[in-house]
Design a protein around this ligand. Structure first.
Ligand code: PHE
Length: 360
């Protein structure tokens, strides 16, 4: 998606605030998008990577920030949605990276709490620690620094619960034993998910643009098979689990999919909302990304802001399966796509309850 020249679409975005800055010392572009603070301060991760253009980075941050608003709303988090991207021109030395993150953290701090961040593609615990030197508005610092650590294992656990619920709805059984699961992207979340599904008896088909990473994962998980990154779309499986970048479900790929369900961790899997209708017409049950991938945010916010213990967090992560069930029932009852049903749930959570005053 990010290599197509699409309109920035600030008006369709419908968000509240966009901060864009060029970081002169590194040549990186920093974009912070606050989409909604209706439910509380905007929370969302920081994505750090190279982009084909600044424009592409901004399109990405706008879409990702809107996704965080609905994710946090459906997960019942007392916060809004936002996201940040740091579009780096190339590899940075450790020193350059730290200094860049400190300047970025000062931008966050200047927002006075309207935006708080956490990890996303290209950033992790150590980066959150660096950000934490300059602002308190950061999640998932290391345990040693007073944070809750990596959130990705919880994201993966939520995706697994979601895969089970989606399989159950589509096939009548949530048993993973012998199921063919194709995971696209073996990063922080996809890598942990592969291990969880392997332990549950799934037959794994693994793909990543980084060949070495696939080979290492395949070697560690007996029975797993490598699928070349360019062959993912069209490979037959029961479960297609996108865990890399966005836009993988589109007019070109959907007709080629040979799976029963799509259930993965990547954000913004649909290129356009209408793609959810195309999946439905193809008989593929789609687990809306912002519902199934909310485990990390539930863990980060639960542990660091809401005082939740592990049992409470685990219960909320298992509940992702129940939320998906509700969405699938709504989708059938209302004859709409699962994405539309999920958006309906989100809008309910975003609409302030009208206070009716007593007569007289
Ligand atoms: N990358 C996470 C997501 O997309 C964002 C996040 C995780 C933010 C954990 C805070 C804590 O949901």
């Amino acid at each position: 998606m990010e290599d197509r020249e699409v309109e920035l679409g600030l008006e369709q975005w419908g968000g509240e605030e966009l901060l864009i800055r060029r970081d002169a010392p590194t040549g990186a572009w920093i974009g912070i998008a606050i989409h909604s603070t209706v439910r509380g301060p905007a929370v969302g991760g920081t994505r750090l990577r190279r982009y084909p253009s600044v424009h592409a980075a901004l399109v990405d941050v706008l879409r990702l920030s809107a996704g965080m608003t609905v994710k946090n709303a459906v997960a019942g988090m007392p916060c809004g949605g936002g996201k940040a991207v740091i579009a780096v021109p190339g590899p940075l030395t450790d020193g350059e990276r730290e200094a860049l993150l400190e300047r970025y953290a000062e931008m966050i701090d200047g927002l006075g709490g309207r935006f708080a961040t956490g990890p996303d593609i290209g950033t992790g615990e150590a980066d959150m620690d660096v950000i934490g030197r300059r602002t308190a508005h950061v999640f998932c610092r290391s345990l040693g620094q007073g944070g809750s650590g990596r959130a990705s294992p919880w994201t993966a656990a939520g995706v697994q619960a979601g895969i089970r619920a989606t399989l159950r709805h589509r096939t009548g059984s949530d048993d993973l034993a012998g199921r063919q699961v194709l995971i696209q992207g073996l990063g922080e979340v996809g890598g942990v998910l592969a291990r969880l599904l392997h332990d549950a008896g799934a037959r794994l088909l693994l793909a990543d643009v980084d060949r070495e990473r696939v080979r290492a994962t395949v070697a560690a998980l007996p029975g797993a098979v490598e699928v070349p990154a360019e062959a993912v779309i069209g490979t037959e499986c029961d479960v297609f689990s996108p865990c890399a970048i966005g836009g993988v479900l589109n007019a070109e790929t959907i007709p080629q999919l040979r799976c029963l369900i799509v259930a993965g961790a990547a954000n913004n899997q649909l290129l356009e909302e209408a793609d959810a209708d195309h999946l439905r017409a193809a008989g593929i049950l789609y687990a809306p990304d912002f519902v199934i991938n909310s485990g990390g945010i539930v863990r980060g916010i639960g542990a660091e802001r809401l005082g939740w213990g592990e049992a409470q967090i685990d219960a909320r992560i298992q509940a992702i399966g129940e939320t998906l069930e509700e969405i699938y029932r709504d989708s059938e009852r209302l004859d709409i796509s699962t994405a539309a049903a999920a958006n309906r749930l989100a809008q309910e959570a975003l609409t302030p309850v009208e206070v009716v005053s007593a007569p007289g």
